[in-house]
Design a protein around this ligand. Structure first.
Ligand code: ADP
Ligand code: MG
Length: 687
């Protein structure tokens, strides 16, 4: 790949015309990165046609309608008797039907009303709904144009899985800019054939004209899926080869201190058999001359942190350092709060380093790391900032492994001499896939929960019964429980996620004044602060309303209830993850799956799986079996290896093909190396 193209792919989205730092940060939340490349890998999940109709009665409620309307009257909403009433614009269509356009966010009212002047015609496009009384309603239309300007409404629109604060229009605008640059500026035209073919496939997927273009077996989808798998399988093959190479040998570390016995003495509980077996696996790895590359798969709450601690202690017996990297500040703080006192009892220096550390205090921490004095460093990405150096980094532990990009993992490894790597993951993947996905790693499974853990009681409940639920929750809160209340990501409309969370927050605040709210549009610091207050055992914040931003792995022992709204919109694995926020202490915990009132048979069956089993492996298998193609929502949280184009269920034959091609490969071609960069599959030890 030409340098120019390579640089373009790495460009920060904030430098794309019309984006800027704020929107780029929102993209980062959705894409998991903020480079042009991250955008290109985020494909549309659907296609929407917006052909203009004259009569809303021709359109099925629930579908998108694009219709010419004559504006009749405005009715300003507001708060009436404590209830929020929407503002309404009453219109008629050409068939004489009365169509009401509603706006819930009264702040922008002037703006909307100006776009819909009384007596005039406008072409409006949005989701058509029918009220129980038979009224036609469009809430927050996506397009309002004059009749002359109706061609601004795209007849065919790619629909991207969006997130908080991003609209489909923004996605389309960025896409257009990016592909224009690829065509005109960044040297794609004189790239080699394979590279051009690859970007051509990307273009087809980003500009679909028909839903069939995005089906898993559509020509370009298969192509991209294959490239993606090839990148991954090649990385695995290379890593395997390199691990056998003498240059990548694990340095021999002499045993200097006895700490393990002391560790077992101060352990606050008996380890489970599975925890102990995993620790044995790790210690056996540490006795070999290839660096450890072990993945610990343990269901949520199976006690992976203590296994990590044992590994750190084993490493400290040689005098070498360990780094424990968590995906968020909050999680890092939690690990530190738990592990630092144990370290103190063993005479081990433990420290925490996150993005919050600044100035002199930070410099002191860095000196201690560089001198080797700090033996266990807990933190976030900050642990591998450029200016952080280690005296002898022996072990890198990555918690909730899937949240880290492979290249970040590599940067961390680069700070030591072939350090051991231990990855902890709470998301089981089906055994049938484990080899193709983690073929370069050894796997330990913690398939046992600490004794005395009660299974979480999971029930499903239609949204219409929410009042009864609030009553039940109230009783539990009176008894000292803490409650997570999760509101879903609404795939398309940007504001609605936040609005949904905010509305639920306002509702519930009437019952408990001191509840918290976190959502993706909040400033990160503020979000962390609320989260920390909720997690604090001594705080009197009984309930936290959250969009799915609530963190994987956060440990709030007093939290015994989690309510998940519109549970049918989440993937099974994601629901299981969320459910794992409770049931982490000795108390009985509950998970309530609130679902829409009209849940189809499939939806019912999916939720039943959750109600019936607590076993992450079983759920993962079921998830794989049921995983639909359009079901992108929640996959980011599902924790499986994040593929952009590969569909686990539909592309199983491609797994085999790619794996064979990678094994037979004699040293990677430049194109394969490019693919590995593109898909961030640079697992190789020294590469
Ligand atoms: P996860 O595997 O999800 O990271 P944690 O390591 O956070 O789980 O452990 C969950 C809770 O269980 C913690 O409060 C931890 O102290 C506790 N725990 C871990 N191992 C045991 C054990 N063997 N017996 C009792 N409690 C344990
Ligand atoms: Mg954990």
């Amino acid at each position: 790949m030409k340098q120019e193209l390579f640089d373009f792919l790495k460009t920060d989205l904030q430098f794309v015309k019309g984006v800027g730092p704020v929107v780029a940060a929102r993209f980062e939340d959705v894409l998991g990165g903020r480079r042009v490349l991250d955008f290109l890998l985020h494909r549309p999940s659907g296609v929407r046609r917006r052909d203009i109709t004259d009569n809303v009665a021709d359109v099925t409620p629930g579908d998108i309608v694009t219709v010419r309307l004559n504006v009749q009257s405005h009715k300003v909403g507001g708060k009436f008797r404590g209830r929020r009433a929407p503002s309404q614009v009453v219109c008629t269509d050409m068939g004489g039907n009365r169509v009401v356009i509603q706006f819930f966010n009264v702040n922008f009212l002037d703006y909307w009303l100006k776009k819909l002047p009384i007596g005039e015609y406008r072409v409006v496009s949005g989701k058509l709904e029918r009220s129980p009384r038979g009224n036609w309603i469009i809430n927050h239309p996506e397009f309002i144009e004059t009749v002359d300007g109706a061609d601004k409404i795209p007849a065919v629109q790619a629909i991207y899985p969006a997130g908080e604060g991003l609209t489909q229009k923004t996605f389309a605008a960025v896409r257009d800019q990016v592909f224009r640059a690829l065509d005109e500026r960044v040297g794609l035209n004189d790239a080699d054939d394979q590279t051009r073919e690859f970007f051509d496939a990307l273009r087809h997927v980003h500009f679909p004209t028909d839903p069939a273009d995005l089906a898993p077996h559509a020509q370009y989808m298969v192509k991209l899926a294959y490239y993606e798998l090839l990148a991954h399988q090649s990385a695995i093959a290379i890593t395997r080869r390199e691990r056998r190479d003498a240059r990548h040998r694990r340095p021999h570390r002499a045993h200097k201190y006895d700490l393990m016995d002391r560790f077992y003495q101060i352990l606050p509980f008996e380890l489970t058999g599975a925890q102990q077996r995993t620790i044995d696996d790790i210690r056996a790895d540490m006795a070999r001359d290839v660096p450890m590359m072990r993945l610990v798969q343990g269901d949520v709450g199976s006690g992976k942190t203590m296994v990590a601690m044992a590994a750190a202690v084993a490493m400290a017996e040689t005098g070498a350092q360990t780094v424990l990297m968590a995906p968020t500040d909050t999680l890092a703080q939690q690990h530190y709060a738990k592990l630092a006192p144990m370290c103190a009892q063993m005479g081990l220096v433990c420290d925490i380093l996150t993005g919050r550390d600044k100035g002199g205090a930070r410099r002191e921490k860095l000196v201690s790391l560089r001198s080797g004095r700090t033996r266990l460093a807990i933190g976030t990405h900050a642990l591998f900032s450029d200016d952080v150096a280690y005296k002898d980094l022996g072990l890198v532990i990555v918690d909730e492994q899937h949240r880290f990009g492979v290249s970040q993992r590599e940067a961390m490894r680069a700070k030591g001499t072939n350090p051991d790597l231990l990855a902890l993951s709470a998301t089981p993947i089906p055994r049938t896939l484990s080899m193709t996905i983690y073929g370069d790693m050894d796997v330990s499974v913690i398939n046992e929960k600490p004794a005395g853990r009660l299974p979480i009681k999971t029930t499903k409940l239609p949204l219409s019964r929410i009042d009864a639920l609030v009553g039940r929750v109230a009783a539990q809160i009176d008894a000292g429980a803490k409650v997570f209340w999760v509101t879903p990501l609404v795939a398309e409309t940007a504001e609605s996620d936040m609005t949904a969370a905010q509305a639920r927050f306002d509702d519930l605040k009437k019952f408990w004044p001191n509840i918290g709210l976190v959502h993706g549009q909040m400033d990160k610091k503020q979000r962390d602060a609320v989260m920390a207050e909720f997690a604090d055992d001594n705080s009197d914040m009984p309930l936290l309303v959250a969009t799915t931003v609530i963190e994987v792995g956060i440990d709030v022992p007093r939290a015994t209830i989690i309510v998940i709204e519109n549970a049918e919109r989440f993937g099974l694995a994601a629901l299981h993850q969320l459910r794992g926020r409770v049931g982490r202490g000795a108390l009985q915990s509950y998970c309530v799956l609130l679902h829409g009132n009209y849940l189809g048979e499939d939806g019912m069956r999916r939720l039943d799986v959750l109600c019936e089993t607590d076993d992450g492996f079983v759920i993962a298998e079921q998830d794989l079996m049921m995983r639909g193609t359009g079901e992108l929502l929640g996959t980011r949280q599902s924790g499986w290896v994040q593929y952009h184009f590969v569909d686990y269920r539909e592309h199983r034959d491609l797994f085999k093909l790619a794996s064979r091609a990678a094994m037979e490969m004699n040293g990677p071609t430049q194109f394969i190396l490019d693919l590995m960069f593109i898909f961030d599959r640079r697992l190789a030890v020294g590469a």
